[in-house]
Each structure stands twice: as structure tokens, then as C-alpha cells.
Design a protein around this ligand. Structure first.
Ligand SMILES: NC(=O)c1ccc[n+]([C@@H]2O[C@H](COP(=O)([O-])OP(=O)(O)OC[C@H]3O[C@@H](n4cnc5c(N)ncnc54)[C@H](O)[C@@H]3O)[C@@H](O)[C@H]2O)c1
Length: 430
């Protein structure tokens, strides 16, 4: 827990250090020129689907169709499309995603449905010749990840997985800085996502029968995260993002995991653990500990990267702090770095003290200021997707990266279930 003074120091230290290493800079995809916007369909317009729609740069991508089995959510999806693209006709509506995939005019599909559907929908979409941006976690099982990767290969289309931290400029600069050695050798990353609540959504009054779609009732459709048929719980819903960060920083993936967890607070009929604790073993003497709990929200969520010379804390997807150790600590307190806001509202780094060391780069980067919105990476992710589709450049979060994160968190769930250390020794297929 950091007090305001420490946060200020930590923010300044971070900016100064980022400015002193070759800049990762900002993404430039918003300026990417396309002859016509990518024609997209979206499957699943619940909470996340609508976030994606509303963060879309419609110069680059337009929605021609939405699909959701639950009409109220589908209508909200249509409304979100109309909000961001008021100049075109409302998108066509489907309750069967296969019908959406039959449309020849749709070039790409976004998938924001519950975890158990990621693989079948992605594979069908790739087979139908569509590019796919599929939400995280990549799939319900490692085998399903492999099937998705194989379908991607066979299709020659883009498959991007929705770990949006890969598209967060703050993270991108932190990774660059950590890799350049500023905090020394990293032997421990501590990540957590702690909340105090039951993670339940209110079930709306509706006569809709979701049983033909594989949900026992409306409760299972709305609260799919709590049920084993549809989800793998906290590790796939939250943990995979943060394990992905550890994979990215280390350039590796875990080789084994020990874990413990259970339904320790909410014995309300849910099937998936409400408290999970994990120890991931990585190569090169790195250990990543991860917990997600639902009984205390202090510190909420962060990834804390601990090196022999200092610590980087990436908090809430919008803040970054650096604290040096020992003799480096005193030096790091002196800084002239300031944060200001651009006309467009995005934070810009002004590193007057360190600019000389970073002479070539005046680029705006996601700053360590509290003002960095966690929505910006979604926009970047979507723009990056269009860029990959149009240029053939592999996405920053490819099927291979998605699989690595999935494989780790699924192994953690096995370790929890078996009360055993589980080796993660399946060679990557993707
Ligand atoms: N990247 C992130 O940070 C982030 C954040 C939240 C959720 N997500 C991911 O997005 C996905 C959706 O999560 P959510 O929070 O939007 O859930 P949600 O329950 O709000 O939305 C899921 C939608 O899918 C629809 N659906 C279910 N089965 C369907 C089917 N067979 N065909 C068509 N539609 C169907 C539901 O009716 C619902 O509207 C999940 O994979 C989740 O992990 C990612």
C-alpha cells in the first residue's frame, strides 16, 4: 500500500527511467490509412463486447452485424454501434453466430462470449474465412487453444487474443525499461487481483429460455463466470492477464505451478473458487506469485516486478511506479520529470531532465499519471487488429501468446484441484 507521497515519487521515478532508455513510444495505428474501414461482425454484446464496440476507431473498422442470443444485450450492442457509427445503417442482428459467419461482406469477427465458446466460435469463423479478435482467455482447454492455432494456420487469417495490456503504452514502456536492466535481475513478480464482493450479476426478469444454447437457466447465462461448464473462474477471468504480463516481461513461460484455493466465502451454489493462490516457477530463477481473492479489496490489482536494483509496480492498468533499492534510491528521488495532459486528453511524458538521454524521441507515451485510462489499450488493441489484418503483420497478442497465458492458468487450476505441483511441460504447438 503506497501513500500519496510515495506514489508521487514512484511515478516520477518511473517516467525518468523510461525516458532514459530507448523509447518504446506510443502506438501510431490511429494514423493508419485504409481504403475502407474493415467490415466486422461481433459475437457477444454483453459487457465486454460493448466496451470493444465503443472503443472502436470507426475510421478503421465498422460493424455490419451483431450477434447475441439474449435480445436485451443484442439491442444494447446495436445501440453501441449506432453511438460510434451514427452515419451508417444499424448493424444487422443475429441470434445464431453461424448465420453471421455466412455473410460474405464480413471480413473480421470479434468474439466476446463466455470462455467455453471461444474455441468453437473462433474455429468456425476462421474456417469461414474471417479474421478473428477473440477475447481472453484464449480457450477453455490447452487442446482447444491448439485447435484454434491450427485453424488459424490453415486459414492464413489473423487471430488475435484480447490481452489488452499488450496494447497498453504504459506496460510497453515498463517492459522496455525492465528489459534494459534498470531494476537489475528480476527474481520475483508478485501479482494480485483482490476484490471484496461476490462477483454476481443481477439476473434480469425475462422469459428467455437459454437451455437450447447450453445454459441450464438464465442464472447460468448471466453468471457464467461462476460455473464450471462455461468458465475456469478467477484464473481465466483475471489471472491470465497478469500471467501474460509476467510471460511478456520475462520472455518466458512457467515450467510448473503450485496452487491452493477454494470456495471459501460464497457458498451460494457457485462451482468455481472464490479464493486462489498460486506460485509459478519460471526459468532463470524467477518465481511469480499470484492471488485473487473476494474478501478484501485493499490494493485492488497490480503487478509488482522486483529486481535486484529496484521495483516496478503496474497498478490498475493505469499507473506505474518505480522504487530503487539501496544507493540507487537516493539518486532516484531527484527528478525534473513532469506529467501534463495533451489537447486530446491523453497523458504525455515531458522528461526535461532525461530528454538528452532520449534525444531522438519526443513521442507521447502512456504515462505513469493516474490519468491513463484503462480504456485506451482497448482502442489500441482494435486499431492494431485492423493494422494486422490489412498488412499481415502478426498481432502483438498472437495465438502463441494467448496459448502461453492460457496454458499457465489452466495448469494452476489443475494444481488447485489436485493439491499437487503441476509441471507445465507440453511443448507449445502454436
Ligand atoms: N479483456 C478484458 O479485460 C475483459 C474484460 C471482461 C470480459 N472479458 C472477456 O469477454 C468475454 C465476455 O465477457 P463479458 O463480461 O462481456 O460477459 P457477458 O456475460 O457480459 O457477455 C457475454 C455475452 O455473450 C452472449 N452469449 C452467450 N452465449 C452466446 C452464444 N452462443 N451466441 C451468442 N452470444 C452468446 C451473452 O448473452 C452475453 O450477452 C469473456 O471471454 C471475458 O473473459 C475480457
Amino acid at each position: 500500500m503506497l501513500n500519496e507521497e510515495n506514489r508521487k515519487i514512484g511515478r516520477r521515478n518511473f517516467l525518468k527511467a523510461v525516458a532514459a532508455v530507448p523509447a518504446a513510444g506510443a502506438f501510431a495505428w490511429s494514423a493508419f490509412k485504409v481504403d475502407r474501414p474493415l467490415a466486422a461482425g461481433i459475437i457477444g454484446t454483453g459487457g465486454e463486447g460493448r466496451v470493444l464496440i465503443e472503443q472502436t476507431n470507426t475510421q478503421l473498422m465498422r460493424y455490419v452485424a451483431v450477434c447475441d442470443i439474449f435480445e436485451p444485450n443484442r439491442k444494447k450492442g446495436v445501440a453501441s454501434c449506432q453511438k460510434v457509427q451514427p452515419d451508417v445503417a444499424p448493424p444487422a442482428e443475429y441470434d445464431d453466430y453461424r448465420k453471421l459467419l455466412e455473410r460474405d461482406d464480413i471480413e473480421a469477427v470479434l468474439i466476446a462470449t463466455p470462455l467455453w465458446l471461444h474455441a468453437p466460435m473462433t474455429i468456425d469463423a476462421l474456417k469461414a474465412g474471417k479474421h478473428v479478435l477473440c477475447e481472453k482467455t484464449m480457450a477453455y482447454s490447452v487442446q482447444a487453444c491448439d485447435e484454434m492455432a491450427a485453424a488459424q494456420k490453415a486459414s492464413g487469417k489473423i487471430l488475435q487474443i484480447g490481452h489488452q495490456r499488450r496494447y497498453n503504452e504504459l506496460y510497453r514502456n515498463a517492459v522496455q525499461m525492465i528489459r534494459s536492466g534498470v531494476i537489475g535481475d528480476v527474481h520475483h513478480i508478485r501479482a494480485l487481483w483482490h476484490r471484496n464482493g461476490d462477483w454476481r450479476r443481477a439476473v434480469p426478469q425475462s422469459s428467455f429460455d437459454p437451455t437450447p444454447h447450453g445454459y441450464a437457466d438464465l442464472e447460468h447465462l448471466v453468471n457464467w463466470r461462476l460455473y464450471a461448464k462455461h468458465s475456469q473462474g478467477l484464473m481465466t477471468e483475471l489471472g491470465s492477464h497478469q500471467v501474460d504480463v509476467a510471460n511478456w516481461i520475462s520472455g518466458a513461460e512457467p515450467t510448473a505451478v503450485m496452487a491452493s484455493g477454494g470456495i471459501q466465502r460464497y457458498k451460494d451454489g457457485r462451482e468455481l473458487n472464490d479464493h486462489v493462490y498460486n506460485i509459478f516457477e519460471y526459468p532463470n530463477g524467477l518465481t511469480v506469485t499470484y492471488s485473487s481473492i473476494q474478501s478484501n479489496a485493499l490494493d485492488n490489482y497490480y503487478e509488482q516486478v522486483m529486481g535486484t536494483r529496484g521495483t516496478v509496480v503496474l497498478a490498475g492498468e493505469g499507473e506505474a511506479f518505480l522504487f530503487m533499492e539501496g544507493k540507487d534510491a537516493a539518486a532516484s528521488k531527484a527528478t525534473e520529470v513532469a506529467v501534463s495532459t495533451t489537447a486530446a486528453g491523453g497523458p504525455v511524458m515531458e522528461a526535461s531532465a532525461s530528454r538528452a538521454a532520449d534525444a531522438g524521441s519526443g513521442a507521447a507515451v502512456g504515462s505513469a499519471s493516474a490519468g491513463y485510462s484503462s480504456l485506451i489499450p482497448y482502442r489500441n488493441e482494435l486499431e492494431g487488429f485492423v493494422y494486422s489484418v490489412r498488412t499481415g503483420e502478426p498481432p502483438l497478442c498472437s495465438a502463441a501468446e494467448g496459448r502461453r497465458a492460457a496454458r499457465a492458468v489452466l495448469a494452476a487450476n489443475q494444481a488447485m484441484e489436485r493439491h499437487q505441483r503441476v509441471a507445465i511441460d507440453t511443448p507449445p504447438q502454436a
